[in-house]
Design a protein around this ligand. Structure first.
Ligand SMILES: [Zn+2]
Length: 304
């Protein structure tokens, strides 16, 4: 049970002002918690009046088949701003560009993302009665042991009733928040559990000095780009699909969840953008006997 960080290059542009940041004085104002927040009580999914908007989905839509799929979720703490990534198609276009890249590398396979019958991505909106501080503060007994990612994972796993065909699904969570453990030189934009159920992409940032993860597709107008956001999202999803397997040729001995033969490989620790298994000797169409191969995953579909 290992959760690990995804590190990034340093050229992220900071683009999201936190709600409590005062531009004039450049200071953070003490936050008044929304009354929908309950940091001491039981974790609950809540539905606020202001969140009820046309085309928004609060539960999984009907599935067309029972086939394994990756389901997207837009998850918000009780006191953060809704940037409508689920209904303004930002998430949809990011996923679309990921599959566009994936098809380009495989020639005949894409990832089976859960979609609605109109071919748009089926993204579930979830707001939880916990504040962003509950997810990220260190100074409580509970929080010193847990990162935001393990709390997010638990929220998904304990709300199976919101999802159809839960056992055949894995999840990509777009979380309107950040991870609390960060280094000064690197930032983590995604996290996932190897062969787990849940991959997470952090869409927001607390500190002006630390750059946001959503610099390109998400919250931006360039809808086609396979940018750093998409590289992270795909990288984290692939960890949940058991990539790379331990029997791969170039598994980094110091970091067994990543390959080290090319920094432009999507499964390098910095999420490259050029190769889906450089030289095909680690995780994709590698021909290593008795070693799992992404190309045979139930979560892919062959389109030719
Ligand atoms: Zn990784």
């Amino acid at each position: 049970m290992v959760l690990y960080l995804q590190f990034f290059y340093l050229d992220w542009k900071w683009d999201v002002l936190p709600d409590n940041f005062d531009v004039k004085t450049e200071t953070y104002q003490e936050k008044v918690l929304d009354e929908s927040c309950d940091d001491d009580g039981e974790v609950k999914i809540i539905k606020l009046k202001k969140d009820i908007i046309e085309n928004r989905l609060f539960a999984d839509s009907d599935d067309i088949t029972n086939k394994s799929s990756i389901h997207s979720v837009y998850l918000l703490p009780c006191n953060v701003k809704d940037r409508k990534f689920d209904i303004n198609n930002d998430i949809h276009f990011s996923i679309k560009s990921i599959n566009h890249w994936f098809l380009d590398k495989t020639n005949n396979q894409i990832i089976n993302f859960d979609k609605k019958d109109n071919n748009l991505l089926d993204t579930t909106f979830m707001r939880v009665n916990k504040s962003i501080e509950w997810f990220t503060k260190f100074n409580t007994k509970e929080n010193n042991k847990k990162d935001a990612s393990s709390k997010i994972e638990k929220i998904i796993l304990s709300n199976q009733n919101l999802f159809i065909n839960f056992e055949n699904k894995k999840f990509i969570i777009f979380f309107e928040g950040w991870e609390k453990r960060r280094s000064i030189t690197n930032k983590s934009c995604g996290r996932s559990r190897y062969n787990g159920k849940v991959a997470i992409f952090y869409t927001s940032e607390k500190d002006k000095k630390i750059k946001s993860c959503t610099k390109d597709n998400i919250n931006k107008s360039n809808k086609k780009l396979f940018g750093e956001s998409e590289q992270t999202i795909l990288h984290e999803i692939m960890h949940t699909l058991k990539v790379p397997p331990k029997c791969g040729t170039n598994i980094d001995p110091k970091d067994p969840f990543h390959v080290n033969d090319n920094k432009d490989d999507i499964m390098n620790k910095v999420s490259g953008s050029l190769y889906l298994d450089f030289n095909n000797d680690d995780y994709f169409r590698h021909n290593i006997k008795n070693c799992s191969d992404l190309s045979k995953s139930d979560y892919l579909i062959n389109i030719f």
